[in-house]
Design a protein around this ligand. Sequence first.
Ligand code: PMT
Length: 399
Amino acid sequence: MPSPLDGLPVALGVSGSIAAYKAVDLASKLTQAGALVDVVMTSSAQKFVTPLSFQSITHRPVTSDPFDPQTEMGIDHVAVAERAGIVVVAPATANTIAKMAHGLADDALSVMLLATAAPVIVCPAMDGNMYANSATQYNLGTLKDRGITIAGPAVGRMASGLVGAGRLIEVREIIGHMSVVLGRSGDLAGRKIVVSAGGTQEPIDPVRFISNRSSGKMGYAIAEAARDRGAAVTIVAAPGALADPVGVQVVHVETAMEMQNAVVAASEDVDALIMAAAVADWRPRDSADQKLKTGKAVSSELQLEKTSDIVAGVSREGLVKVGFAAETEDLESNAQGKLAKKGLDLIVANDVSAEGSGFGSNTNEVVLIDADGGRETPGLLPKYEVGHRILDKVRGYLK
Ligand code: PMT
């Protein structure tokens, strides 16, 4: 399944803030994802970045003067507004937000915003006191009431030197908000899905633990794919370096036992549970309260005990259960055994010794084996794409 941004006409409104330089990066990332980005700038935005910066990146004309007969807006003043599949205003200044709230149309950006029927995301960026001002808060409330998504601002250091709420959110987050908005009409809209991710950590003492090589990328990719199709998604995440995706609830855990408790709680009323996490099968029987000293005589034998099988223990009428099988030999026969033993609808057999597959990579090569004997081999794909293939199967099982 292609990215929801692929081929999508996006209108990017840029108003006059020091954060306008981040909009150049946003235009670049959207263009790389296949979006057709039409940039519409205010005159004050042009004091910070030039139309040429955007034009060079998007390879499309930039609108900045509604009366310029050479631009598309000069010929058809609502063409960009009508073409857009989604509109993003980033950065949105207090002035632009006020104009939107009051329906003004006195420059290229405000004309486009008033004329569009597409969903709109506003990403505020301004001085903290301007953001906190009751006029701005009232205007943002008005926009929210009209169904406009307000994304941010972030808290941090602003150009004024003040620390507070007013910074433009990160480009990654803006694209996350776009995915949430675009996913609302997806084929999993109204569905709830829990995904586990990462490798659990089982403590030996306060500074040492037993774990594995899972980065969490596979689980996060499934979660993002489900979000992009409209599902309400919860990730139960073991420790890792990945940022929480926008629009997904993330429950952070460390041990297998914590993951079990979180998965059981989160799965109560969901449609599907997808266990991509590499849960430790064994944990130290005793975890020392203090750091074990290397100088003293310490038993070299670590006593281990079995952890509970999380996915096998969660069972409810109508719940779709997907497990993974991380294998280094006898891939499909081992996976078949786990499918039956754990009561799964689908198992994702994962040869973790293959090149570009398994732990830490951005791609994965899996075999999808279902309880009815179906078998699919999607080939080596980005993990996000593997996530969609799994979700295609899940959708088929949903009642
Ligand atoms: O996170 P990445 O770096 O992207 O790597 C992805 C991955 C290789 C971790 C992932 O693709 C994968 O294969 N995950 C499953 C890893 C695993 O623990 O496999 P397993 O064969 O040991 O377990 C079988 C299934 O039982 C899994 O769904 C597992 O989550 C589940 N399980 C295992 C043990 C346990 N105590 N409880 C469980 O629920």
